[in-house]
Each structure stands twice: as C-alpha cells, then as structure tokens.
Design a protein around this ligand. Sequence first.
Ligand SMILES: [Zn+2]
Length: 152
Amino acid sequence: MTRTKEIRGNIKDARNHIKKRDPINLDFNHFERMISHLESNSKKCHECKILYTDVENYFEKIKENDYHLDRRDKKDSKVLSETIIKHLKKDHNLFRQGYYMSIFIPLGTSIGLVSGLLFFEKTILPTILGLTLGLLVGVVLDATVKKYNRTI
Ligand SMILES: [Zn+2]
C-alpha cells in the first residue's frame, strides 16, 4: 500500500468513526483532496512535504486515541486544513470548489440590478438575467479548473 493510500484510508476511517460519535461535523473531505495535491507537489515543494507529513501524523494520532477528539484535536484539524488551503491557493494556484460561482453570481446579480435601475426602469428581469449569466460563467469556470485538477 502506498503512503498516500494509507493516509486516505486513515482519513476515511476517522470520518466514519467520528460521524457516529460526534454530531459536530468535522470536514475531513477536504483532507482527502488535499493529500493528493500535497503528494504531487511534495517533490518540488518543501512546505507541501512538511504539510503532507503533518496530515499523516494528525490522522495517525487520532487513530491511536481511538477517534476520541478533544477540543485541541478539533482546533488542530481546523488550523491544519486552513494552513494547507492557504498554501495551495497562494503557491500552487489552486482554487476552492465553487470559487468562481461565489464571485460571478453576486457580480452578475448586481450588474443586472444596477443596469435594470439605470436603463430599463425594471429590476426583476435584468437581475434574474444577471444572476443567470453569473451562474453560467461560474459553472463553466469552476468545471474548467476542476477538469484540470486545480480544485482543493
Ligand atoms: Zn507547496
């Protein structure tokens, strides 16, 4: 079994165990995606290599504790995932899933609303149109970055 496969297995086990026991949803889905990005970058990037080991150690540790997470463990997981996301975004040009939609939907909607107010004396139709266009652009761009494996 490869190292990444083993870490993935640990993440999956942790998720299954904790879901049963703890209603507070820890988002471990991110870690499964992040670990493959960290793996593929770790040959060239020292920081990815360190973060990769951090994830590995974290999930080993909670496995050893039989998936009983204390407050500290929860905080650690949050800090770790935020550090990784920040690094992948900044140094490897990766995007969060739905990143473009989160930009273009509000943008399209406000452009629609403003041009409705300025040019048409109606706001509902231009606003809906703007929203739809924003959604379309967002969906296409998000699908594109996903296709090229640029999402975290
Ligand atoms: Zn890196």
